[in-house]
Write a protein that binds this ligand. Sequence first.
Ligand SMILES: [Zn+2]
Length: 317
Amino acid sequence: MQKRWKWWVGLLLSLTLLLAGCGAAKTADNTAASTSSSAQGSAKAAVQTSVPQGTISIKMLDVGQGDAILIQTQEQTVLIDTSDVDERDKLRAQLAKAGVKKIDKVILTHPHADHIGGMEVLLDGSYEIGSIYDNGMPSTSKLYLSYMKKAKARGIPHHALKTGDVLDFGGGAQFKVLSPEESLVQKGQQKGYKHDPNNESVVGRLTFGQFAMLFTGDAEKEAEASIAARYGSELKSQVLKAPHHGSKTSSSAAYLRLVQPETCVISCGAGNDYGHPHKETLKKYAAIHAKTYETDKNGTITITSDGKSYEVKEEKS
Ligand SMILES: [Zn+2]
């Protein structure tokens, strides 16, 4: 009888252990799940804080009224925007000066002529182009349709960028896309949607070690408010690519307070019709004690960083 009692106790104990084991297994599974999600999180964090290799060079090219920014890491060459149709010779000359034959990534912030006008240069067969990225918004612009057709004919991959995408520029440099938001991109696909190309610009934060630069396309106050609400103090960057060529329709005070730039670089043509950069913007930059450079006055502006500090050089062509 005592043996039987012990047998029952043993059975109960085993069942308890088994149940506890199941519980433990479940916990382990949960832990595994949360570990894997935190592993993803840390992988993402690791991506964002990749160890910088060598130096990064960011050239705000002197290409008249428009944007063209050449980024070179140890591994890749990236071009953000291509300036305007009238400035094609300048773009070609600047790329030749920098010894560029191959461009791994071309990022087009939005389909306005002063940003995509130089695509004909890139697609004329003189350069090897890896991939083209844009904001994924359909456009009826002849320039846009023409470059899309040529890129397709040459078999160059085309990707649409949206909030949350991270592009690897090689050498430890990462480009995190902050805008446009996915919901905006979806709205933009609807027939009859009234586009606001400036505020649909690809905006991204480039990090290289402790160095960060914010690329803004022609994003205006509306996009800035949305980006500020989503990213807050994450926007902090030593260098700001002045949005919309220094227009007063951008660089809102609240946005600048979050970015806290030490240096602002403006791409604009001498005596341009728009009066860029506007004096209101220059005043705002001065008020936050940011040093300002303009391609029309300073020529090509080169920012070089080793991932710790950075330096800025002017180069009048
Ligand atoms: Zn523009």
